[in-house]
Design a protein around this ligand. Structure first.
Ligand code: COA
Length: 274
């Protein structure tokens, strides 16, 4: 592994050598992508101190892929595509349910029990077991989505490829992300938290506790919080304006399920190979 890591580092520092004709770079980069695809490698993980650790070299390999591959045409029925990356395959073996209209790129990882409604999962993303990616939700490059998460209809989870050390969006186990929420630019949603429909979480939007009025963080919704999109008053030389904030309206007990967002197991049960 460390050999592969140092070879990727070498190629990243010698971009002039990275061409579709260079079979050595192709071999190294494609190996990383295959290992991402099967979940042997991840772009990031949460360590024992609860910090997000980014494996920069893996992201570098993804960036190199775009230089190391030429464009190809692919077709599905009447549709034509022109791109450098292929889609994931082999969903039966993976135990993943994929509804027509969904696509996940090779190099993303989908755990057993994932359901993809017509949605999109980009390269480098990692999606945990039992997670539902609902209609028109998009999981951006390298985003890390935990187990038993619900990304409701139209949710936008931002991607991060550049710069290589940028922290991806992290949604932790059991979180519910309401319809049309946007979580972008390395923002993080803690375990079991609930985002009301239309909430926008970015590193510049304050998360405020409705009980105390305190700003808890920016870009991080802690565990077990129920939050909604709200506004805060701000004075500017030009007048008084209302800027968005994320308001914590309720705290759940650890493991408590919010009654309005409980999942229906019947939608999730499908054949999962052991
Ligand atoms: C956040 C949510 C779970 C409600 O949580 P709750 O703990 O029951 O909170 P309440 O409904 O009591 O709402 C608390 C306050 O926030 C407000 N609020 C609720 N949802 C809101 C939202 N999405 N945006 C802004 N404010 C919201 C309520 O009006 C209420 O204010 P009020 O006391 O003045 O009436 C729910 O409103 C929601 O958004 N669910 C997600 C729906 C969805 O996306 N479904 C997906 C289908 S695919």
């Amino acid at each position: 592994m460390s050999d592969l890591m140092s070879r990727i580092g070498y190629w990243y520092d010698h971009l002039a050598e990275v061409t579709p004709e260079n079979l050595d770079v192709r071999r190294d980069v494609e190996l990383v992508i295959s290992q991402l695809d099967d979940g042997q490698l991840r772009v990031a993980h949460i360590d024992e101190n609860n910090d997000v650790v980014v494996h920069e070299w893996v992201k570098q390999a993804i960036l190199l892929l775009f230089r190391a591959r030429g464009m190809t045409v692919s077709e599905a029925g009447p549709f034509e595509y022109h791109d450098k990356l292929e889609l994931k395959h082999d969903y039966t073996r993976r135990g993943v349910r994929v509804v027509p209209g969904a696509s996940a790129r090779k190099g993303s990882f989908l755990s057993p029990g994932v359901i993809l409604m017509p949605s999109y999962v980009n390269i480098g993303a990692w999606v945990g077991p039992g997670t539902m990616v609902d209609t028109w939700a998009t999981v951006g490059s390298c985003a890390q989505i935990g187990a038993n998460v619900h990304l409701a209809g139209g949710v936008g989870i931002g991607g991060v490829l550049e710069p290589a050390n940028a922290v991806p969006v992290v949604i932790e186990d059991g979180a519910f992300i309401g319809s049309r929420c946007m979580v972008v630019e390395g923002a993080r949603v803690g375990k079991n938290s609930v985002l009301g429909a239309g909430t926008i979480v970015t590193p510049t939007i304050p998360v405020i506790d409705a009980q105390t009025g305190e700003e808890i963080s920016r870009g991080y919704v802690p565990d077990n919080c129920v939050v909604v999109q709200a506004q805060r008053r701000r004075e500017f030389p030009g007048g008084e304006f209302f800027l968005p904030c994320v308001l914590v309206v309720r705290r759940l007990e650890p493991g408590e399920t919010h009654d309005k967002v409980a999942l229906n197991a019947i939608l999730r049960d499908h054949e999962i190979p052991t």
